[in-house]
Design a protein around this ligand. Structure first.
Ligand SMILES: NC(=O)c1ccc[n+]([C@@H]2O[C@H](COP(=O)([O-])OP(=O)(O)OC[C@H]3O[C@@H](n4cnc5c(N)ncnc54)[C@H](OP(=O)(O)O)[C@@H]3O)[C@@H](O)[C@H]2O)c1
Length: 350
């Protein structure tokens, strides 16, 4: 049965994949956004309501939907604002939260029953301003999850992704690796070949969310891929390139001493010890049981690389310079040289 779906957002990263998949399965799609991000992306294909979740939701007045996919919300006030018109008029509310709701990342295999981040008692969660979104991200998303349940009791699905990857991702947190490996040469690889990594292709996430809507699945889910070793990620990406890159594995301690940070400079990786001991190994079995599937890494890598090659010169330059994520090329060369010149040697090429 075709669904009447409202997608809040829809033109950024995960949203477009939801739109395409929903349309392909015969659903009716309406978008609500400010018409700033890719304004013409779906022109003529879907209905678009224009407004701002922050302060102008009037376009939602009088509308009814089978299901709402809430993509952009971090602020609880955005859930409340939309609910002024949507409360009582939607059958199912699917909210994209994040794994960042979990304050404890020290242990592997933690599931959805793990504790989430409370809002500091002295802060009003409805009035926190954008400048503080990063600082209180986990607490805001936690409170927004709860706000959704308050507004649509018994009708909420919370999807908590880890790192979302693939074409259209402007954060470069995964794209760094296909782009770097495609250049060839000596590639600095972080930690050990066995260190765990975890990500989710935006298309797998988006398609699963539409299937959750079709089956009206209610609940809370960690939306992350299976845990894979860092070497599988890097060699898997290498398999879709032709430049013959080689990897030099540099241990976590040495990277730290050189000022190289996991995640920021070496994306899709965190040292699997101490406070980040479980950061890249969350339990995904509840989502898998609810139908989450994963396309092969080769597809994610090849498509991300192909998309990356369509980006502007300025974006590609900023990627090579590590402006958003990834280590700048010059710094990578410097750290590799220091590693090779270290006092005690030993095999370092894989
Ligand atoms: N990227 C990751 O690795 C990651 C990991 C975990 C969780 N998440 C979560 O994943 C979610 C998905 O983000 P996405 O970029 O994939 O979603 P998306 O729907 O593809 O893009 C964001 C959309 O929100 C709209 N938007 C932004 N501000 C708005 C406002 N004030 N009012 C109305 N619409 C607004 C944008 O359009 P306009 O600019 O035209 O308004 C755009 O269409 C986010 O909630 C994020 O917290 C991301």
């Amino acid at each position: 049965m075709p669904l009447n779906i409202l997608i809040l957002g829809g033109t950024g990263f995960t949203g477009p994949e939801q739109v395409e998949y929903a349309l392909a399965r015969g659903h009716k799609v309406t978008l609500f956004n400010r018409n700033r991000t890719r304004p013409d992306f779906f022109k003529g294909k879907v209905e678009q309501l224009i407004g701002d979740l922050n302060d102008d939701v009037s376009a939602l007045k009088g509308q009814t939907f089978d299901v709402v996919l809430d993509n952009p919300t971090t602020f609880p006030a955005w859930v409340r604002n939309a609910a002024q018109h949507l409360k009582g008029n939607v059958g199912h509310y699917i909210f994209i939260s994040t794994e960042s709701v979990y304050p404890n990342n020290s242990r592997p295999n933690m599931d959805e029953t793990d504790g989430t981040t409370p809002m500091p008692a002295d802060l009003d969660p409805y009035t926190i301003v954008r400048e503080n979104a990063g600082k209180y991200y986990g607490a805001l998303k936690t409170f927004a999850e709860q706000e959704a349940e308050r507004q649509y009791p018994g009708k909420v699905t919370v999807v908590r992704p880890g790192l979302i990857v693939g074409p259209l991702d402007r954060s470069d947190r995964f794209t760094y690796w296909p782009a770097r490996i495609d250049k060839g040469g000596d590639v600095m690889a972080p930690g050990t070949p066995n260190d765990p990594t975890q990500w989710i292709d935006a298309r797998d996430l988006a398609e699963w969310m539409i299937r959750l809507a079709e089956q009206k699945v209610i609940g809370t889910f960690n939306a992350v891929g299976h845990i894979r070793p860092m070497s599988e990620l890097l060699y898997g990406i290498k398999a879709v390139t032709t430049a013959g890159a080689q990897f030099t594995w540099v241990p976590a301690d040495f990277l730290t001493a050189q000022g190289v940070r996991g995640w920021r400079h070496m994306p899709v990786w965190m040292p699997p010890t101490g406070a980040t001991g479980g950061f890249m190994s969350r339990n995904n079995s509840r989502a898998v049981a609810a139908g989450l599937t994963f396309r092969p890494l080769s597809i994610t890598a090849a498509d991300t690389l192909a998309w990356n090659k369509t980006r502007t010169e300025a974006e590609l330059k900023s990627l090579a310079e590590g402006a958003i994520s990834g280590i700048p090329a010059a710094k990578e060369a410097e750290v590799l040289a220091a590693w090779k010149a270290r006092p005690q040697g030993g095999p370092d090429h894989e």
